[in-house]
Design a protein around this ligand. Structure first.
Ligand code: GDG
Length: 528
């Protein structure tokens, strides 16, 4: 029995679901076999990366560089408390660094960070079980305002995502961005002094760093991964400094994006904006006497870190879930690219058009606070709260709250519990480089149940064929897909989840890192 949506299909030969809620409840408890092969593949990928790191990296020092640090010490008195941030980038790279070791250079943003670091900003992490070095870069308040809140989050972020939030082009922001990129470059150069090194730069905060490193140390391999979409040149060129950004990125030996489309946009953009030789068929750019290879590396997760422990739960879910109700789940940073208002409106439509769901479904939406100094995010937070209140008032009553909105940072246990205890995970991004939440949901479902609803504008949609695709702006079809997801019979859930889990086990964060490192090592061999 297969679902047939009006739009956004991966498959065309599907039929309408005829299951009723009662049918689903009757069969919900049937235990499913665990996909042992998939689990074995994950562990093999991990072992392969371990072997690669010990046999192929040799004496090359591995340096990961990002704005966000993987561990934040929060206690201003003695630095004893710490947490991991809500960030796709750190979620993905932390397990890699645990295996490969080396140094992670990042902005020290926590109130207790300086208390636990040495004079060079170094501290061993994870704090409870040290496996690599975190070297913190200290930034002034004005630098954070211009480089991070300003040029990174108010210029590059909206420019690359194109969700009709206007990018801001302020010269002061750009100057701070350059200054902070220089600070990071100096910290990296100090770290690799006298060493052979592979430097893996992460993301859009540090577009100028590769050229800065490369001009000082041509022998160091520099590879950057851009975690968000890359726009075409017509969009990019609205930024007055787009040529400097492109030149900064051409300091990389290898530049990685999630999907081919972003690679094509980059190659085409360089071709039009710079006097460079672009070989589209080889995905290579020759410029300024150097070569940059542009590669798709779809990022992933370590699926084994998303296994819920028994009895773990989230208090708000306990409090609001009505017995037998289907749980729809959203896990998003409170960011305008994630499409939370669009999700709420589609859910509202579902409740209007399908009154049979009244009192029988709950949408649990985690909207993790983020970038709260940026005005667009403050506005979004109000919009989301207001919409949740309106929808709860319209449909709910004293015993049932259709939307449970969580606005706090959950710990890993709680996240895993939410994924495992929900029926449908809804990823409704308006644009998203990849989206790791979709992958985490699949990873948590060892029971082979649950339905993933996934935006066609998330990079993940290209790989996750078992998901139900949605167009986040098409409210009618979105609501119809939510209905189909709620009604999906267990056998179809299992078919789809099995496929999703098998695919995920073939593309983990370990294979992602191995591919990147393998190419970096090849480049390094050419240098030595
Ligand atoms: C960027 C790109 C790309 C969320 N709330 C909490 C929490 N999270 C974790 C999730 C997940 C991560 O944050 C979010 O990852 P996403 O991939 O969904 O999104 P971005 O942060 O926007 O990441 C994205 C990614 O980089 C990697 O390249 O996929 O497209 O935008 O891991 O679980 N984690 C905890 N508490 C929370 O409250 N512990």
């Amino acid at each position: 029995m297969m679902w047939s949506p009006k739009t956004e299909q991966h498959e065309s030969e599907q039929e309408d679901s005829t299951a009723t809620l009662e049918d689903i409840e009757d069969t919900q408890q049937v235990a499913s076999p665990v996909d042992e092969q998939a689990i074995a593949r994950i562990s093999e990928a991990r072992t392969r990366l371990e072997e690669f790191a010990s046999s192929e990296l040799g004496d090359a020092h591995l340096v990961v560089v990002s704005n966000r640090e993987p561990y934040v010490h929060t206690d201003p008195q003695d630095g004893s408390k710490w947490h991991t941030p809500a960030s796709g980038l750190t979620t993905a790279l932390d397990p890699v660094m645990r295996i490969c070791g080396g140094t992670w250079v990042a902005h020290g943003s926590g109130h207790g960070d300086i208390l636990v670091a040495d004079a060079s900003g170094r501290v061993q992490v994870p704090p409870d079980h040290p496996q690599f070095t975190l070297r913190r870069v200290w930034l002034e308040r004005a630098e954070v305002a211009g480089y991070y809140d300003g040029f990174s989050n108010r210029t590059l972020w909206p420019l690359c995502h194109q969700v009709y939030v206007r990018p801001r082009f302020e010269e002061e922001d750009w100057l701070q961005y350059k200054r902070v990129n220089e600070k990071f470059a100096q910290a990296i150069l100090a770290q690799v002094e006298g060493k052979r090194a592979i430097v893996l730069v992460q993301d859009y905060h540090l577009a100028l760093v590769p050229e800065m490193i490369k001009s000082a140390r041509p022998d160091v391999v520099v590879s950057q991964f851009w975690h968000i979409p890359w726009p075409n040149i017509d969009v990019l060129s609205t930024c007055p400094w787009h040529r400097q950004i492109l030149k900064g990125l051409l300091g990389n030996d290898i530049l990685g994006f999630h999907v081919r489309q972003y690679c094509r946009n980059f190659l085409g953009g360089v071709d039009r904006a710079l006097e460079a030789r672009v070989l589209g068929d080889k995905s290579a750019i020759f410029w300024n006497g150097r070569t940059t290879f542009v590669r798709p590396y779809p990022i992933s997760i370590d699926p084994e870190t998303m296994i819920p422990s028994e009895n773990a739960t989230v208090p708000e879910l306990q409090r609001h879930k009505i017995s037998g109700a289907r749980v729809l789940l959203g896990i998003d940073r409170l960011d305008y690219i994630k499409g939370i208002p669009e999700k709420f409106r589609a859910y509202d439509r579902l409740l209007r058009e399908h009154p049979e769901h009244q009192g029988r479904v709950v949408l649990v939406q985690l909207a993790t606070p983020t970038r709260s100094r940026v005005p667009e995010y403050v506005k979004l937070a109000h919009e989301v709260e207001e919409l949740a209140r309106e929808i709860n008032e319209r449909h709910g009553d004293s015993t049932w709250k259709p939307i449970v909105l969580l606005q706090r940072l959950l710990d890993q246990e709680e996240l895993a519990a939410l994924y495992a205890q929900s029926d449908v995970c809804v990823v409704g991004s308006l644009q998203d480089g990849m989206n790791l939440v979709a992958k985490e949901f699949v990873a948590a479902r060892r029971d082979q149940r649950g339905v993933l609803v996934l935006s066609r504008f998330a990079g993940a949609t290209k790989q996750m064929i078992g998901a139900l695709p949605i167009h986040p702006y098409d409210r009618e079809a979105y609501a119809a897909t939510l209905h189909a997801a709620i009604m999906m019979p267990p056998e179809e859930q299992e078919d789809r989840m099995r496929q999703l889990r098998a695919d995920l086990s073939r593309h983990t964060i370990y294979s992602w890192a191995e591919n990147i490192l393998r190419e970096a090592v090849q480049v390094q061999r050419k240098f030595s």
